[in-house]
Design a protein around this ligand. Structure first.
Ligand code: PAN
Ligand code: ZN
Length: 194
């Protein structure tokens, strides 16, 4: 069993950031996932230019064991690449049948989810909403608002992250702005991009 002592971490309710600096965030810029956006040219142009920060999130240095819980926050900034909202890379868990809970602290957006069999779901999230992502569902946060979307998450310590499947195939759906509102469209690049 993991020899982890009780500990406390601080995550700011509005910004999601660990202000004590006890843990350091991982940063993802447009250049880290340019191929994931439907408007590849817009993404490449942004990546080659100001290369904006899309999001930052925390992963703790805990043993990757089934009895351990990983937790932290994701701060996803507002913005769009073309007409597609800023989003996280998205992943399946390596142990596919491991679930996750997200709790929205601030901002506005949602979670785009799909199973390997092609079932798709989109759940809007606002502060105070808790989302259960069942095992087998790939999950990607999307910021559809004008402020950072901040979510707290918890998942099993040995779940692992399979980014490759999404990198190779993409998501079946994209979330884009139409008349100021988010709509789901078929991803024109699904499976076809590399
Ligand atoms: C989250 C995500 C976090 C960043 O901790 O890892 O929001 O998103 P990507 O991992 O897709 O870049 C989680 O779902 N962990 O399992
Ligand atoms: Zn996850």
């Amino acid at each position: 069993m993991a020899d982890v002592k009780p500990f406390v971490l601080d995550f700011n309710l509005l910004t999601g950031l660990c202000e004590s600096g006890k843990v350091k965030p991982t940063l993802r810029h447009v250049s880290n996932m340019a191929a994931q956006f439907a408007d590849h040219e817009a993404a490449q142009a942004l990546a080659a230019g100001e290369n904006p920060l899309l999001y930052e999130f925390y992963g703790l240095d805990l043993p990757e064991e089934s009895g351990v819980l990983q937790f932290g926050t994701t701060k996803l900034y507002p913005g769009k690449v073309g007409d597609e909202y800023y989003m996280t890379k998205g992943h399946f868990h390596t142990i596919l049948d491991t679930s996750e809970v997200y709790y929205c602290l601030s901002g506005q957006g949602g979670m785009l989810m799909e199973t390997p069999e092609g079932e798709v779901d989109w759940k809007e999230m606002k502060p105070g909403d808790a989302l259960y992502v069942p095992g087998r569902w790939a999950h990607r946060s999307v910021n559809t608002g004008s402020e950072p979307l901040v979510m707290f998450f918890v998942y099993r310590g040995d779940a692992g992250h399979d980014y490759g499947t999404i990198e190779e195939k993409g998501y079946r759906k994209i979330v884009v702005e139409r008349d100021g509102k988010p709509v789901l469209l078929d991803n024109p690049k699904w499976v076809t991009f590399s």
